[in-house]
Design a protein around this ligand. Structure first.
Ligand code: TYM
Length: 331
């Protein structure tokens, strides 16, 4: 059975892009993989986080993942900082990875923008720590959204360079699992920007704890254009907002964009938005309700994470100890 590793930053409430691009696949992959899912709090502090809010959001995200169907008994769910192997292997990878490789990372360029000098060194080496997350478990498959593709290529480069530099065949190759559709859900306010937990406008995203009224309002306000919906996907070209809403509908209903347009093409956005709201409510509200219920028992959520961290450490510790021995640390 292949081993899966994936992570999510406990910054803000997971949004629809996290769900369709990653979490929903995590749930499905549990049937035939050994899965390790991680709330990456070390990654979260690469930009400033209020400490109390970070703690609360780590629990809130745990609740969302459980509500969405992650099984913490059959698989592993934990927070990254609780397993020291991540930081230790992360440091080794900081020394394997090359500045030239990191300079090509588009996410760093997007996040740092023109104000590069004022960002943390952690944000710069962020992808090295991601490689450590995965390889501390020798995981071979990593389900992520499209925005993580470049980071996983870098992880493979790091694994190969480590193996080459130390003359070993120690770390395996990693295969990204990126969903064919919905790998990049866009903002509801701007179809050229990724939907994101950190967007200052809450109207730009559907959060996994939104109720039916909030979902209806956000979809009613979602940006569109004045044309009716086209009757074929080719007509969505250069219409990023229309394409995004059609993609969301298709992903949630489990049909193709062509099927959506066969039903709704030729009409204005009004009736389509009503149908989209309905399918969103059907999918999101049960998860939101279950999340609220789970959040009433924070001790249970803490226990889930503690148990997950203990089992994660059992897997990672021998692998990272061996990596430390290979680089020459006296044991
Ligand atoms: P994060 O928290 O930004 O995102 C978590 C997952 O959600 C996906 N995602 C999206 N998918 C489609 N459309 C969107 N708008 C959208 N926004 C986010 C992301 O691709 C991701 O799969 N660096 C990772 C966390 C991480 C990780 C790892 C992942 C740390 N270590 C090791 C895999 C393996 C991240 O930014 O998560």
């Amino acid at each position: 059975m292949q081993r899966i590793f994936s992570g999510i930053q406990p910054t803000g409430i997971p949004q629809l892009g996290n769900y369709l691009g990653a979490i929903r696949n995590w749930v499905g992959l549990q049937a035939d993989h050994e899965c390790i899912f991680c709330l990456v709090d070390l990654h979260a502090i690469t930009v400033w986080q209020d400490p109390e809010v970070l703690r609360q959001q780590t629990l809130a995200q745990t609740a969302v993942l459980l509500a969405a169907g992650i099984d913490p008994k059959a698989h592993i769910l934990f927070n990254q900082s609780a397993v020291s192997a991540h930081a230790r292997l992360g440091w080794i990878f900081d020394c394997v990875s090359r500045l030239g490789w990191l300079n090509r990372m588009t996410q760093f360029k997007d996040k740092a923008g023109k104000d590069r000098e004022n960002h943390s060194a952690g944000l710069y080496v962020y992808p090295n720590l991601m490689a450590a997350d995965i390889l501390a478990y020798k995981a071979t498959r990593v389900p992520v959204g499209d925005d993580q593709r470049q980071h996983l290529e870098l992880a493979n480069d790091i694994a190969q360079k480590f193996n080459h530099d130390y003359g070993v065949d120690f770390f395996p190759a990693i295969e990204p699992l990126i969903p064919p559709a919905a790998a990049r859900i866009m903002s509801l306010r701007d179809g050229t920007k990724k939907m994101s937990k950190s967007d200052p406008s809450a109207q730009s995203r559907i959060e996994m704890t939104d109720d039916a009224d909030a979902i209806a309002l956000k979809i009613r306000r979602a940006k569109t254009d004045p044309e009716p919906l086209p009757s074929e996907p080719a007509g969505l070209q250069d219409r990023p907002e229309a394409r995004n809403l059609v993609d969301i509908y298709a992903a949630l209903a489990g049909i193709t964009a062509a099927d959506v347009l066969a039903r709704h093409g030729g009409k204005g956005f009004g009736p389509f938005k009503t149908a989209l709201t309905e399918v969103l409510v059907q999918n999101i509200v049960p998860i939101a309700d279950e999340t609220r219920r789970l959040l009433e028992a924070p001790d249970h959520l803490r226990a889930v994470l503690r148990d997950g961290a203990a089992r994660a450490a059992q897997i990672a510790e021998p692998i990272v100890s061996e990596a430390e021995r290979l680089v020459g640390f006296l044991k």
